[in-house]
Design a protein around this ligand. Structure first.
Ligand SMILES: CC(C)(COP(=O)(O)OP(=O)(O)OC[C@H]1O[C@@H](n2cnc3c(N)ncnc32)[C@H](O)[C@@H]1OP(=O)(O)O)[C@@H](O)C(=O)NCCC(=O)NCCS
Length: 183
């Protein structure tokens, strides 16, 4: 696998994946529940966004905003009294964007049984300057075989995201050109 600076004009040195990897842990309480009594998906999504934002800020050494969140998967319900661990790392970097991979684990707060995976997500963050304009990010340097696999998988997702956006844009332009109104 070849890792290269995503912008040939950029001379920002690369940073290893481990430099920005974090785990955010939180105990779920009664105020986190939905109407079924389990933990609300939005509570988990906020933790995911918080953890990914911290990773993006650390990697890019400055402000970064959420551009998109895809493939948020809820694998198991989370319950009150669960200690939730949100593990996040930079999977891939572009010019100004970063894909952050997040894995959500849960264990009972007062038991020493192993944590199980309850969710996962991929988020794209864009590093921005003081005016909110995209700025260059350091290329991530995957270290382990797992990091390298995640990098390659993130590139596949990136290709699909761009292709999907382009295809939808083209379809809308074509419908507009045909005078179709869907308002
Ligand atoms: C994200 C944002 C900065 C992108 O700005 P923009 O003017 O569209 O800039 P660009 O088109 O150059 O996109 C910048 C990068 O983000 C990526 N990007 C932008 N929108 C994206 C999306 N919806 N999904 C995935 N990637 C996206 C681009 O591919 C580009 O990546 P690259 O530089 O690595 O090639 C801008 O849309 C924004 O500020 N959005 C609001 C963010 C926000 O408020 N988030 C919630 C609170 S943090």
């Amino acid at each position: 696998m070849t890792i290269q600076a995503s912008d040939p004009e950029s001379d920002i040195p690369g940073k290893p994946t481990s430099a920005a990897r974090i785990t955010l842990s939180h105990i779920m309480t009664g105020s986190d529940t939905n109407l079924l009594g389990t933990v609300h998906g939005g509570v988990i999504m906020k933790l995911v966004d918080d953890a990914a934002g911290a990773v993006a800020g650390r990697h890019s050494e400055g402000p970064a905003v959420t551009a998109s969140m895809d493939e948020m998967a809820f694998l198991e319900p989370v319950r009150v009294g669960d200690l939730v661990h949100v593990k996040a790392q930079v999977n891939w970097t572009g010019r100004s964007s970063m894909e952050i991979g997040v894995r959500v684990m849960a264990e009972r707060w007062n038991e020493s049984t192993p944590a199980t995976q309850v969710g996962s997500a991929y988020l794209v963050f864009a590093a921005v300057d003081a005016d909110g304009k995209p700025r260059l990010v350091p290329p991530v340097i995957p270290e382990t075989e797992r990091d390298k696999r995640r990098y390659e998988e993130a590139q596949i997702r990136r290709t699909h995201r761009l292709a999907r956006r382009r295809a939808i844009k083209e379809l809308r332009a074509q419908r507009a050109a045909e005078g179709i109104e869907d308002a």
